[in-house]
Design a protein around this ligand. Structure first.
Ligand SMILES: [Zn+2]
Length: 217
């Protein structure tokens, strides 16, 4: 089977979505950039299947130019469109994890960016974590909103929906999604105590410079 190793890796991380509680039941989806029959595209979890039942042949390959779902036995996740658009717009994206993780989803329902109440906000790539405006799942409009919120970022919240993170491989993208969930958990606790102190633009600039050098090293 083509891309067998990659298909198995997607299954491994899909199971982790459930076992780490990052995305319960059938929610969330995972993809990996790949090539099949000389076509550039991505492998993505299928629509409506329980993660524990997934087999390598259930993972769907979609070309980057494909606008429509082919008449396949396995349909790709209904949220394939923003995965495709992230791969088209972000050359550095090689894997994507989308999750309805509890705290990120709760924070996303406020439809606001997360300010730098903690310097680890920098993990998402800037001095805040943006929140994509709400649109119905699977639509072109939602995909456009996600791309906008990912400008200069590796992850964002999706209003009244969840979060999405990308990385250079699946391990990287999954870890970032876990970090976003953790930051959102901390933020909800901080908000219960009142308005948290927010780090200044200058302070966040220092952190972002450090993070850049750290990545280089
Ligand atoms: Zn979703």
């Amino acid at each position: 089977m083509k891309n067998l190793r990659e298909r198995n890796q997607i299954i491994e991380y899909s199971l982790k979505l459930n076992s780490t509680n990052l995305s319960p039941l059938r929610s969330g989806n995972i993809s990996l950039r790949g090539i099949e029959d000389d076509a550039e595209g991505y492998l993505i979890t299928p629509s409506g299947k329980k993660y524990e039942t997934l087999k390598p042949e259930d993972i769907v390959f979609m070309g980057l130019n494909e606008e429509e779902e082919k008449n396949l036995t396995n349909k790709p996740s209904s949220e394939w469109r923003f995965h495709r658009d992230i791969y088209v717009n972000k050359k550095e994206a090689h894997a994507i994890v989308h999750a309805h993780s509890p705290h990120a989803t709760a924070v996303s329902s406020h439809g606001k960016p997360i300010p730098p109440f903690h310097y680890m906000i920098a993990l998402a790539g800037g001095d805040n974590i943006k929140c994509a405006e709400y649109a119905t799942f699977g639509t072109e409009e939602l995909s456009k909103n996600v791309i906008k919120a990912l400008e200069n970022r590796y992850a964002c919240l999706m209003s009244n929906h969840g979060q999405v993170a990308f990385g250079k491989n699946l391990e990287d993208a999954f870890e970032l999604a876990q970090e976003i969930e953790n930051i959102c958990h901390q933020y909800t606790i901080a908000l219960k105590l009142g308005q948290p102190k927010i780090l200044s633009f200058e302070e966040m600039k220092k952190v972002l410079n450090k993070a850049k050098n750290y990545k280089k090293g």
